[in-house]
Design a binder for this molecule. Structure first.
Ligand SMILES: Cc1cc2nc3c(=O)[nH]c(=O)nc-3n(C[C@H](O)[C@H](O)[C@H](O)COP(=O)(O)OP(=O)(O)OC[C@H]3O[C@@H](n4cnc5c(N)ncnc54)[C@H](O)[C@@H]3O)c2cc1C
Length: 372
């Protein structure tokens, strides 16, 4: 007999799991805190790697849909010095193995591939409780609850399912990023658009960095990274976007104006994202009837792998359950063993360390996923 699956979180990981289960005829319900699929801008370009994210797309039988949303030319990579000098420049020759897509479009493909009603929106989990013999109760903010024989926490960094398995908690990494967007860049900010080029661009010095993607519709999406204590931002008035942008740009004093414009000319209020991580190597002993995937299981500081890994976790868990009908525990044990190893390997992939990086390090970080 196959157990119905209860998935918490409709991010890329949870949805990939739901899709792969659906392909194998296993019913699943996804409970998502957000009120609707469009409640929050999904933001961001993701490069989907041929060694993890694309394997998940294949397992989800969505390769054609995926190809249709790939943005041409975005695998171009550039590294600039802080004065704007080009240190490294690689055009997109189509062989990079990491096509770029908009995260929201990728999520929509997954949503469209599920039977209607699979995702229950506006169902924020507040509490989970073990009932014994592998059964768990999930309590929602609206007071409703469900009891399930198989619970999967795909609910990201601050998972409400994780405490059933481990006491590990995310800790601040010492780095934060501030997100900005410049729309119609070629027309409105030609010098910045020219500096950034066709794809991704990185500038880094002394614990400061700017990472920029050229997204669909000529939008430049920048992450300004600062290695600062979390309370540093208490002095930045994020409710006054212009003042906040100016204060953050002051940290990049002396950088070329076409680069600091990525902060000062933002069309959106600067959005602060403190970066957290779980202890590397977080694992747990098998607990009947429950597991985790994606950031809920192995949150790391962004290193270009997190969304890819979440999708692969979802696909692998779905396949493990499909391969062992009637033996959920064996499926979870096999899935977790492989997932722990993948997560550990990935945690060993460094993010881009702004203070220490040489151009050589940055090129290696940019191109590592093109190597076998
Ligand atoms: C600044 C930044 C840049 C990044 N860049 C990249 C990149 O370029 N490439 C890459 O591969 N990765 C990147 N990542 C990492 C990537 O975003 C995550 O690893 C990935 O989103 C994890 O997917 P997930 O499905 O596990 O969790 P999430 O995407 O976090 O999804 C979790 C879902 O669960 C829902 N949820 C949360 N709590 C509850 C609750 N209590 N009840 C119900 N639902 C809940 C959330 O609303 C969400 O929809 C980046 C991360 C950051 C912070």
């Amino acid at each position: 007999m196959t157990t119905d699956v209860t998935i918490i979180g409709a991010g890329l990981g949870g949805l990939t799991l739901a899709r792969v289960l659906h392909l194998h005829g296993i019913p699943a319900t996804v409970y998502e805190a957000e009120p609707s699929p469009t409640a929050r801008s999904q933001g961001g370009l993701l490069d989907i790697h041929d060694y993890n994210g694309q394997l998940a797309i294949h397992a989800a039988d969505l390769t054609d849909e995926f190809r249709a949303i790939v943005l041409d030319g975005r695998q171009a990579m550039r590294i600039l010095d802080t004065d704007g000098t080009v240190l490294f420049d690689k055009s997109d020759d189509g062989t990079g193995g990491r096509p770029e897509v908009q995260r929201g479009e990728l999520r929509q493909i997954l949503l469209d591939s599920l039977p209607p009603g699979t995702v229950r929106w506006g169902r924020k989990v507040t509490r989970t409780r073990a009932l014994g013999e592998g059964r768990h109760e999930v309590v929602f903010a609206d007071g409703r609850s469900v009891v399930t024989g198989l619970l999967v926490g795909a609910d990201g960094a601050w998972s409400r399912v994780r405490p059933l398995l481990t006491a590990a908690e995310p800790a601040y990494t010492g780095r934060s990023v501030v997100e900005t967007y410049l729309y119609d860049a070629a027309t409105r900010h030609p010098a910045t658009a020219k500096a950034v080029g066709a794809g991704s661009t990185m500038v880094s010095a002394r614990s400061r960095e700017i990472f920029v993607h050229r997204e669909r519709d000529d939008t430049l999406h920048a992450y300004a990274g600062l290695s600062v204590p979390q309370d540093w931002f208490a002095a930045v008035d994020l409710f006054d976007p212009a003042a906040a942008a100016a204060r953050i740009a002051a940290e990049f004093a002396g950088w070329a104006p076409e680069l600091t414009a990525l902060i000062t000319a933002t069309d959106t209020a600067p959005a602060l994202r403190p970066l957290y991580a779980l202890p590397a190597g977080t694992r747990w002993d098998r607990v009947l009837g429950v597991t985790l995937l994606g950031d809920a299981a192995h949150l790391t500081a962004p290193n270009g792998e997190g969304a890819n890994l979440a999708m692969l976790d979802g696909a692998e868990l779905g396949r493990a359950l499909a391969a062992r009908p009637g033996d959920t525990e064996a499926a979870l044990a096999a899935y977790e063993q492989a997932m722990f190893e993948r997560a550990l390997q990935s945690a060993g992939i460094p993010g881009i360390d702004p203070g220490e990086s040489t151009v050589h390090d940055l090129v290696a970080a940019f191109t590592r996923h093109e190597q076998p």
